[in-house]
Design a protein around this ligand. Sequence first.
Ligand code: ATR
Length: 261
Amino acid sequence: MNFAVIGHPISHSLSPVMHHANFRSLGLDYSYLALDIHPNHFHHIRDIMTAKEMDGFNVTIPFKTAIMDYLDEVDADALKMGAVNTVKITGDKWTGYNTDASGFIESLPLHDYRHVLLIGAGGASRAIAQGFAARGAEVTVANRSPERLDDWPFDVNKITLQDIERYADRTDLLVNTTPVGMTGFKDEVLYDFSSVHPDAVVADIIYTPSKTPFLALADSLGLTTINGLGMFVNQGAQSFKIWTGLEADRAAMTECVKNHL
Ligand code: ATR
């Protein structure tokens, strides 16, 4: 079977090596490519994937929303998130899914959080917010630019970064979904979450570095911290299951990604 990840740029993606580690471990002679698609050529996506005889693919920045126009069917959760990261191809039929939020939730020590506070309001935040809202949690989204929250497609509490200090004490899960703290990104954490409940879990979707300044701060407060590595592995493992019906070897995938960081 043939798989790929499409994006632009895509050369730094660890998805191909991670998926190959899984194929190797399971003894499968499958392929997984990184395909850099220029946005000007994106409207040819169905022809490109048909010519390459793809059975499924992952979608990353900047195409997670744009791909939805090319699908025959979209899973209900992915539709609400407004983003697809996994496409399954069966004959001529393309079906879209989103494994980012479920992959993230699977990476947490508990899967049942009641008050979730997300920092950032981009695509990743929207997917995770929908994932928790669908599980009955109360979701609050804090963003630098309040206007970004104006057209949010489902019900969440909307606050500013300055409000985090007041909201933190009623939060059992605090998540950074912004690029702040990522290797090569200059901006710093400019809000205070030290009043967060001592039993709260603090998570970052970033995995390079493995400990962002945000997580280091949470560590210094004695809180449980989780980085984005588990989310990355789990979203890939869940995509693999959608395509093949098989359970991936998550340990082999995790080991491989750690070795390439
Ligand atoms: P993604 O799709 O990966 O979530 P995105 O759509 O570019 O990425 O969204 C990035 C998020 O990070 C946004 O919420 C952005 O805030 P703004 O809406 O105010 O731009 C947030 N963000 C980016 N840089 C930031 C910074 N230096 N401080 C705080 N928030 C930041």
